[in-house]
Design a protein around this ligand. Structure first.
Ligand code: HEC
Length: 98
């Protein structure tokens, strides 16, 4: 029985790769705008996020969240988001034209 539960859990988490929701993606992106510019088009020293690959962006955000990547701001900022929200915002920036 335990095995079956574990298998079901694995299947569920695999299918979890979130479906993109553009409205939520944009809402979440607003929290990045103060430092990375509107739509991620940075005009300062912060990274230009517009058009960055979704997978790269999402992976980087998860690294900040789990502490494998460190910095002055980002670790604190991403802590307020669920993994799914970080994935949505990654989709959003990846779809903005550079
Ligand atoms: C308070 C300012 C601030 C906010 C808000 C902010 N960032 Fe950042 N971001 C930074 C800084 C500063 C860095 C450089 C690393 C550091 O010092 O934390 C950075 C680095 C990054 C990097 C790594 C870039 C690289 O070249 O490695 C990514 C990706 C990123 N931010 C995405 C985001 C996303 C997505 C959001 C919104 C959910 C966001 N940031 C919100 C300031 C901010």
């Amino acid at each position: 029985m335990k095995k079956i539960t574990a298998t079901l859990f694995c299947l569920c988490s695999l299918s979890f790769a979130a479906e993109y929701d553009p409205i939520r993606g944009q809402m979440l992106s607003l929290s990045c705008a103060s430092c990375h510019g509107t739509d991620g088009k940075s005009t300062t020293i912060t990274t230009y996020l517009a058009g960055m690959g979704k997978t790269t962006l999402y992976k980087t955000l998860l690294e900040y969240k789990n502490g494998t990547k460190t910095g002055t701001m980002m670790q604190k900022h991403v802590k307020g988001f669920t993994d799914e929200e970080l994935e949505q915002v990654s989709y959003y920036f990846s779809k903005v034209k550079r």
